[in-house]
Design a protein around this ligand. Structure first.
Ligand code: ATP
Ligand code: MG
Length: 179
């Protein structure tokens, strides 16, 4: 029989996956046997808030984690169902069994705690710059952003012309950099 393994779940939109996400995942990976990363709002793409498809996010995260030496992880796209009461059941139906959930979102914490999971909070790293919104603003405004994400992420974004996509779809809006 296999020994009891501890699996931990973290869910994010990862638009895009950045160095703050990588740092928090490194910490979680040290505390579990298997990491499950839920790619949230998987149905969304081509907007300022959610520019990248689930497939593109899958590729950028798997490259970043492999480059960082991680192997035992599951990346699972999750579409929104917009019904909080059955959100946990939806997640359970998509991923391997897990025991621990890492989140900073109070509603997510409540839903998983009500379902009996062990919910932990994860510290934020350098949040002013390691933020999806900040990175998207920089891409739109043609400011430096590549140093805020793992190499596999910037490579993926350039491969799919994601920088041009973001600039095009926001042409008539103002997303001024605020730092
Ligand atoms: P956006 O600005 O688009 O909301 P984000 O940077 O908040 O992007 P998300 O995909 O919304 O990224 O976050 C996924 C998870 O990663 C959340 O639990 C969030 O708390 C965590 N997270 C986000 N930024 C950091 C960071 N700098 N350090 C550690 N964890 C982070
Ligand atoms: Mg966020």
């Amino acid at each position: 029989m296999r020994k009891q393994e501890v699996s931990a779940l973290i869910i994010g939109r990862f638009q895009p996956f950045h160095n703050g996400h990588l740092e928090v995942i490194r910490n979680i990976a040290n505390r579990c046997d298997r990491l499950i990363v839920g790619i949230g709002s998987a149905q969304l793409s081509h907007t300022f808030d959610n520019p990248f498809t689930a497939g593109e996010r899958h590729l950028m995260i798997s490259r970043a984690l492999h480059d960082d030496g991680m192997e035992d992880f599951f990346l699972v796209p999750m579409v929104d169902i917009n019904r909080y009461a059955i959100w946990v059941a939806h997640v359970q139906s998509l991923v391997p069994p897990f025991q621990d959930v890492y989140t900073n979102n109070p509603l997510t914490r409540r839903l998983f705690e009500e379902a009996g999971y062990n919910v932990c909070s994860a510290p934020l790293f350098n949040r002013e710059i390691y933020s999806g919104t900040e990175i998207r603003r920089r891409i739109v405004n043609k400011k430096e952003w590549e140093h805020l994400v793992p190499k596999g992420v910037s490579e993926t974004i350039y491969e799919v012309h994601g920088d041009q996509r973001l600039q095009d779809i926001t042409k008539n809006h103002s997303y001024e950099v605020t730092i």
